[in-house]
Ligand binder design. Structure first.
Ligand SMILES: *[C@@H]1O[C@H](CO)[C@@H](O)[C@H](O)[C@H]1NC(C)=O
Ligand SMILES: *[C@@H]1O[C@H](CO)[C@@H](O)[C@H](O)[C@H]1NC(C)=O
Ligand SMILES: *[C@@H]1O[C@H](CO)[C@@H](O)[C@H](O)[C@H]1NC(C)=O
Ligand SMILES: *[C@@H]1O[C@H](CO)[C@@H](O)[C@H](O)[C@H]1NC(C)=O
Ligand SMILES: *[C@@H]1O[C@H](CO)[C@@H](O)[C@H](O)[C@H]1NC(C)=O
Length: 168
């Protein structure tokens, strides 16, 4: 049950991203599964995927049925699996970033505490740290921004690329 739910979340979010890219005419970035759909298949597929008023379980059932009706069960199952794997990888990556955040902050604090540095040198040191902590440093600055610019504090729902969830 848990697995099925997470598959749905994955498909929904991933397709949302894919679809907003499509709107911006970047069809080349779509997964092959979506790229291969006919216009009518695409429209019925996203009609289900983007429906915000049905449960994720219902969405999964409808998509499985849709795939059967379109003779795409095998491809859809593989696509679904790919999305699950992708989502798990993202989740693992997020956990990794969280695990390294404290260590990255120690390093950033050290640089900021070194008054012998010029602004240029400090920026260079931070850039250097980004090689070790490519996601962690920007994340720390993002967190800092929540306090320095409290208005950014309302960025709930902007986690999808293109922030499409804002428009719903
Ligand atoms: C997409 O279509 C191409 C060409 O027909 C096919 O080779 C490929 O396997 C399809 N990919 C998916 C994911 O359905
Ligand atoms: C469904 O796919 C199978 C195997 O690819 C094919 O033989 C069959 O003709 C397809 N049926 C329809 C209705 O497209
Ligand atoms: C699933 O991922 C594999 C490996 O990345 C890729 O070759 C395949 O086309 C994908 N299949 C679908 C249906 O998206
Ligand atoms: C997860 O992190 C690895 C290592 O940094 C990276 O290669 C991979 O692309 C990331 N996966 C995703 C889905 O972002
Ligand atoms: C975020 O906003 C809420 C109210 O909108 C405020 O009470 C809180 O102090 C803000 N948090 C930060 C870190 O600025």
């Amino acid at each position: 049950m848990y697995t099925r739910l997470s598959i749905l979340v994955v498909v929904f979010l991933a397709i949302g991203t894919v679809d907003s890219k499509h709107k911006h005419h970047q069809k080349g970035n779509e997964p092959d599964f979506v790229k291969n759909l006919t216009n009518s298949q695409r429209s019925s597929f996203f009609g289900i995927v983007k429906n915000p008023g049905i449960s994720f379980q219902q969405k999964d059932d409808k998509l499985v049925k849709w795939a059967e009706d379109n003779n795409l069960s095998e491809q859809y199952a593989e696509f679904s699996k790919n999305m699950t794997i992708h989502k798990e990888e993202v989740s693992k990556n997020i956990s990794g970033v969280i695990d390294r955040l404290a260590a990255a902050k120690v390093e950033v604090d050290k640089v900021n505490a070194d008054l012998s540095l010029t602004k240029i040198q400090r920026d260079e040191k931070i850039d250097e740290l980004k090689k070790t902590y490519p996601q962690e440093i920007p994340t720390l600055f993002y967190i800092g921004g929540l306090f320095e610019h409290p208005r950014r504090n309302e960025t709930k729902g902007s986690e999808g690329k293109g922030g499409r969830r804002k428009h719903q």
